[in-house]
Design a protein around this ligand. Structure first.
Ligand code: ZN
Ligand code: ZN
Length: 338
C-alpha cells in the first residue's frame, strides 16, 4: 500500500526489495493499524513521512528473507520485530542518552506490504530477534508498547501507586496495562460507546466514564481517595484533557503528556499549585532502542498480553477499509495479514 499524499493510499505492485550492505528484507507476518496512520492518511506527517510517495504502515513483525552483505546478526528464516525508527547515535540528544529526541531520527514505513526493506541503521540498532513462542501478531505490538513503556518510566510508576490514564484507545490501554503489570492501582477515564464497552472487559483497571459526569476531575480525585492521583497520564492529545490531567493529580504528583495535541495549542496552568505542590509535568515522546527491546521482553514474558486490543483481522488489500473503520472509532487495532 503506497501513500501518495493526504487521502490517497494506493494498492501497487512493486518489485521485492534487494538488500544492500547492512540491510535486511523481511516478509511481513503481521502488521497492526495505528491511530497515527489514520492521522497521516488524513493530513500527512512531516516527521514520519518526509517524502512521498512512500510505502505505508509502521507496526509489524516478520521473517528475514534476504540478508545484505556485512550483516552478521541475522540470517534467512529468523523471525524478528523491528521498530519504526532508528536514532543516529551521535547527535547531542543521542549522546545525552535520550535517543528518542534524536536530531536525525530515521523513520521506516512499509508494514502494509508483503515485504519490507530495513535500512542499515535500523538493522544495527533497532531490530530484535523473536523466540519461537511469541506469535507475530503479539510481537507487532512492540512499537506502540515501547512508546508506552517510555512514558511509564518517565513517570516512575511504582507498586501501590494510583495511576490515572485519560483516553481508552489502544495506547491508553497499553499504558494502563503496563501500570497494572507494575502493581499500580489503575483508573482509566474514557467515553462511553462501543470501544469503551470493549476495553472495560479487559479488566486491568477501574473505569470512569467522562461522558456521563459533570466533573470528571472531581470523579477522578474521589476515585483516587480524595487527594488526587500520584500519576496522571494523558493519552488523548486534547488540550482540555491535558488541563483535566493536571487538575486531577495530587500534591507531589506527576503528569505525563503522552498524547500529542494539534500544533499551536496551549493549556492554562495553575502556577500556585505547580510550585507549592511540586507537580512534575513531563512530556513523553516515541521510544528508544532500550524501551523497544524491553517491550519485546515484556511481550515474550507474558507480563502483558495485548491480544484483547485486536478487534478485527483483515487482508492487505483491505487496509484502506481498515483505516476507515479506525477513523470512525469502530475498531481498536486491526491485524493485517497478507
Ligand atoms: Zn503506531
Ligand atoms: Zn541522534
Amino acid at each position: 500500500m503506497v501513500f501518495h499524499g493526504p487521502g490517497d493510499l494506493r494498492w501497487e505492485e512493486r518489485p521485492v526489495p534487494v538488500p544492500a550492505s547492512g540491510e535486511l528484507v523481511l516478509r511481513i507476518d503481521a502488521a497492526l493499524t495505528c491511530g497515527t496512520d489514520v492521522k497521516t492518511l488524513r493530513r500527512g506527517h512531516p516527521v514520519m513521512i518526509p517524502t512521498i510517495p512512500t510505502v505505508f504502515g509502521h507496526e509489524f513483525a516478520g521473517t528475514v528473507t534476504a540478508v545484505g552483505p556485512g550483516v552478521s546478526r541475522f540470517r534467512e528464516g529468523d523471525r524478528v520485530v523491528a521498530a519504526n525508527s532508528a536514532p543516529c547515535g551521535d547527535c547531542p540528544s543521542c549522546l545525552a542518552g535520550r535517543p528518542n529526541l534524536c536530531d536525525d531520527l530515521l523513520f521506516v514505513n512499509g508494514a502494509y506490504g508483503e515485504f519490507i526493506l530495513l535500512p542499515a541503521r535500523l538493522v544495527s540498532r533497532n531490530v530484535v530477534p523473536l523466540t519461537a513462542s511469541l506469535p507475530a501478531e503479539r510481537a507487532a505490538f512492540a512499537e506502540p508498547l515501547a512508546c508506552a513503556l517510555l512514558a511509564i518510566e518517565r513517570a516512575r510508576v511504582e507498586p501501590g501507586q494510583t495511576v490515572v490514564v485519560f483516553g481508552h484507545g489502544p495506547l491508553g490501554c497499553l499504558l494502563g496495562m503496563l501500570a497494572a503489570a507494575r502493581k499500580a492501582r489503575v483508573i482509566m477515564v474514557g467515553k462511553s460507546g462501543w470501544r469503551f464497552d470493549h476495553v472495560k472487559k479487559l479488566g486491568f483497571a477501574r473505569w470512569l466514564d467522562a461522558a456521563t459526569t459533570d466533573s470528571v476531575v472531581a470523579d477522578v480525585r474521589a476515585a483516587a481517595g480524595g487527594r488526587g492521583a500520584e500519576i496522571v497520564i494523558d493519552a488523548t492529545g486534547r488540550p482540555e484533557v491535558w488541563e483535566q490531567a493536571v487538575d486531577s493529580v495530587g500534591r507531589g504528583g506527576s503528569v505525563v503528556f503522552f498524547g500529542g495535541c494539534a500544533p499551536g495549542t496551549t493549556i492554562r496552568l495553575d502556577t500556585r499549585r505547580t510550585h507549592y505542590e511540586e507537580l512534575a509535568l513531563l512530556g513523553a515522546f516515541h521510544h528508544t532502542p532500550e524501551t523497544f527491546r524491553r517491550a519485546v521482553e515484556t511481550l515474550e514474558s507474558g507480563a502483558l498480553v495485548p491480544d484483547g486490543l485486536i478487534t478485527h483481522r483483515m487482508r492487505l488489500e483491505e487496509v484502506g477499509r481498515a483505516l476507515d473503520l479506525m477513523a470512525k472509532g469502530q475498531a481498536l487495532k486491526i491485524l493485517i495479514e497478507s
